[in-house]
Design a binder for this molecule. Structure first.
Ligand code: SF4
Length: 490
């Protein structure tokens, strides 16, 4: 996968990628299709595109990966120079086509399409209110709640006022791309929890969760959509208007986007993700560096961290050598299903294989971006020791994950999180590493160039930027059990 992870990864999983395109003349469907490819790492359960040709809305939504969800005929049928797209990984709502996006509603004042990345914390409340007014829901996802609320407001207000009213009613994390007939909109929640950016193409404009999607279309990143901002792309791709509808004293950018979720080649909130990860690696050396023979990443997610770590160590005169000691089998795909726990535990040998000569007789620092349940870290330490490593020291490029995410990240339940009730020393013992250290929240904020007050650090502090009281995070999401390991952790 392009972000350095693969679909067998069952660690924290991002929920969704969104795009929107408005062009001068040509159909939007193909650029939307390519940009969804670029965002495939943000969701693999379903993919969809909605376009509008000035008269009529067209929609194609299918379960599966982007490449499987669309055929040539589907792309050809999606007519019109304005449209939005979505890739989904569910954390709220069922895993079936009824929750796949973009969500569409037709009503008296036009047709709406809506793509959502994030999670509302008051969706049930708004749903009940709308249901009492006669709105009928076809899914249990929160995106439909936003679509219905916006449709209701559009009956009474102009576009900008209607969006503002909806933003005032819904609470939580959301980056949205919307079609209202052939007008494409982008909206980011007032705290800016999930990313969204604007790009310029030769013949129009694009909105996307990550700038890598703009690069794929040979476009230029214009800027991030600001927290609380509504961007309206002009039909015909001639420009865009901006409305700053809400302004907060502090933002709540998800720090995990930079640590883990986003592609390293994306620029998010003015920072190149790859450089942030290297800086996090440098900070990791500053805070918990240890002299060993080699430092190696857990591929691929730990690579940028390990390179920054090794560089900082060498600058200080350390003799530590950067080495790729674990090789990944890239052909273990998401259909690789292992029915028993025993088989799932074997997955590490199918997925990662050490280069014996790199580790035999050596002291090793193994770098990863996070530990969720701890299973994979245990297996990797064991594997390296089996291959003759004298010592294995683990360094993690983020603070311990102690609490679930309420903002749409499929993190694991509190009971499953190894750091929820264990000290760092107890985790070290559990994974059988010779030493273990994590990065501090202060170092994370410094690497991101922001104050902690402007970041969401909920999963590592237990303090959330939204009112999440009563939110159900330990929800069951029914999906096939998929084995395998990679990147960060199980
Ligand atoms: S709780 Fe963690 S994963 Fe969720 S939005 Fe906040 S920082 Fe991101």
């Amino acid at each position: 996968m392009p972000n350095g992870r693969d679909a067998t990864h069952s660690g924290p999983t991002e929920k969704c990628g969104v795009v929107g395109v408005s062009l001068e003349e040509r159909d939007a469907a193909r650029p939307l299709y390519y940009s969804l490819y670029a965002l495939q790492h943000r969701g693999q359960e379903s993919a969809g595109i909605v376009t509008h040709d000035g008269f009529q809305q067209h929609s194609h939504v299918e379960m599966g990966l982007v490449g499987d969800a669309f055929g040539e005929d589907d792309i050809a049928d999606l007519r019109g120079s304005a449209g939005i797209g979505h890739v989904r990984y569910p954390t709220a709502g069922s895993v079936n086509k009824s929750c796949a996006q973009p969500f569409t509603v037709s009503f008296k004042s036009g047709a709406l399409g809506l793509s959502h990345n994030g999670n509302l914390v008051n969706a049930d409340e708004v749903r009940e209110e709308l249901a009492a007014q006669g709105h009928a829901f076809t899914s249990d996802g929160d995106t439909e709640v936003i679509a219905h609320d916006l449709a209701r407001n559009l009956l009474e207000s102009d576009l900008v006022r209607a969006v503002k009213r909806t933003m005032g009613r819904i609470h939580g994390s959301y980056s949205l791309t919307i079609t209202h007939d052939d007008t494409v909109l982008g909206v980011r929640d007032p705290e800016g929890n999930r990313p969204l950016c604007i790009g310029e193409l030769e013949d129009g404009y694009v909105l996307a969760s990550e700038s890598a999607a703009i690069d794929t279309l040979d476009g230029e990143l214009v800027r991030d959509v600001r927290p609380g901002e509504l961007v309206v792309l002009h039909p015909g791709g001639e420009g865009f208007d901006s409305y700053q509808l809400f302004e907060r004293e502090n933002t709540a950018h998800c720090f995990f986007e930079h640590v883990y979720f986003a592609r390293p080649d994306s620029v998010i909130d003015d920072e190149l993700v790859y450089e942030v990860r290297r800086e996090l690696g440098r900070q990791l050396w500053e805070e918990g560096g240890i002299e060993t023979d080699v430092v190696m990443p857990v591929p691929d997610s730990g690579r940028a961290f390990a390179s920054g770590y090794a560089e900082a160590a060498q600058e200080e005169g350390s003799g530590v050598e950067f080495a790729e000691g674990l090789m990944k089998n890239r052909y273990v795909g998401r259909t690789f299903i292992m029915p028993t726990q025993d088989e799932r535990e074997r997955a590490v040998r199918l997925k990662l294989n050490p280069i014996k000569s790199t580790v035999e007789g050596k002291t090793v620092t193994l770098i990863d971006d996070s530990i969720v349940r701890g299973t994979t870290s245990t297996q990797l330490v064991d594997l390296l020791k089996d291959c003759g490593a004298e010592e294995v020291h683990m360094r993690i490029g983020a603070p311990p994950i102690v609490a679930p995410c309420y903002m749409g990240i499929d993190m694991a339940t509190r009971e499953e999180l190894i750091a929820a009730d264990k000290s760092v020393e107890e985790i070290r013992e559990a994974i059988a590493a010779d030493s273990l250290s994590y990065l501090s929240t202060e170092a994370v904020a410094e690497a991101l160039g922001r104050s902690q007050a402007d970041l969401c650090l909920g999963c590592v502090t237990g303090e959330y930027p939204y009112d999440v009281e009563g939110e159900e995070t330990d929800r069951e999401v029914t999906r096939p059990e998929i084995g395998g390991v990679a990147g960060a952790d199980d």
